[in-house]
Design a protein around this ligand. Structure first.
Ligand SMILES: C[S@@+](CC[C@H](N)C(=O)[O-])C[C@H]1O[C@@H](n2cnc3c(N)ncnc32)[C@H](O)[C@@H]1O
Length: 245
């Protein structure tokens, strides 16, 4: 029987680029400006960089940024996009659980737009330990996650969206006692039907703080979005900033 790739491989192929059109370079530039004003500095690792929008925004800001991601399709999209040549040689294919970098080789690590919570508890802890290993003491970490309370209150179980000649059908549910948000996606476009799922573990703020503490970080801020608002149950995001001890 042919081996089946895990969901986090299947979900981030070309079809992913049609899913979140608002998650673009303009948004990445605004988010980067916020992070710069809140302690981002030094050599930066954009962990799980996708098609490199934050890596590009970071480099435009004058930082020595590189990105890593597991998806060859998204990495190729980044470096082949006209105007994005700056990223050539700056993006690597690598696994967030086993980073190909030396200890203390970055001043900052950013992990943006719900790119954490993919690998089960042991795998997710391993990601935090890898971030701690590659960050220099005093280094800056930004984790931009879903806010579990907001997701529970606003989950849209089913949606159909027509955009740019494609039909997107999405079903969302909470499983594992509300700890895992599962999204089934169907994309119908000119080349047929693509199907995949996302399966992301939600982290409660207090739980995440404990995990950060255990991995060698001191949490410095918990915001509800990239506007610096405090994290509350009604915040759209959970943006946690931390310092490597
Ligand atoms: C929701 S996307 C966010 C991408 C990007 N940070 C952004 O804001 O556009 C999550 C990313 O995590 C990447 N990813 C999934 N598993 C990974 C792994 N084991 N190691 C590195 N990247 C991974 C995916 O390929 C995908 O690009």
């Amino acid at each position: 029987m042919a081996a089946v790739d895990p969901w986090y491989v299947e979900a981030f192929r070309e079809g992913y680029l049609r899913l979140y059109p608002q998650r673009d370079l303009s948004a990445a530039r605004r988010e980067t400006a916020f992070l710069l004003a809140h302690g981002l500095r030094g050599r930066v690792l954009d962990l799980c960089c996708g098609f490199g929008r934050h890596s590009l925004a970071l480099r435009e800001s004058g930082l020595d940024a590189i990105g890593i991601d597991l998806s060859p399709e998204l990495l190729a999209h980044a470096t082949n996009s006209p105007g994005w040549e700056e990223l050539r040689g700056r993006l690597l294919r690598a696994d967030a659980r086993a980073l190909p970098f030396a200890r203390a080789s970055f001043g900052s690590v950013v992990n943006l737009f719900s790119s954490f919570g993919y690998f089960g508890e042991a795998g997710d802890k391993q990601v935090l330990l890898e971030i701690a290993r590659v960050l220099a003491p005093g280094g800056f970490l930004a984790l931009d996650l879903m806010n579990p309370a907001f997701v529970r209150a606003h989950l849209v179980p089913f949606s159909r969206t027509e955009r740019d000649g494609a039909l997107l059908v999405e079903s969302r549910s909470l499983v594992a006692g509300g700890r895992l948000v599962v999204k089934e996606v169907e994309l119908h476009n000119e080349s047929g039907r693509l199907q995949w799922r996302e399966e992301v573990r939600l982290y409660e703020p207090a739980e995440l703080s404990r995990w950060l503490d255990a991995a060698g970080f001191r949490e410095t801020a918990a915001c509800g979005d990239f506007d610096g608002s405090p994290l509350t149950k009604s915040s759209t995001r959970q943006l946690v900033l931390a310092e490597r001890i």
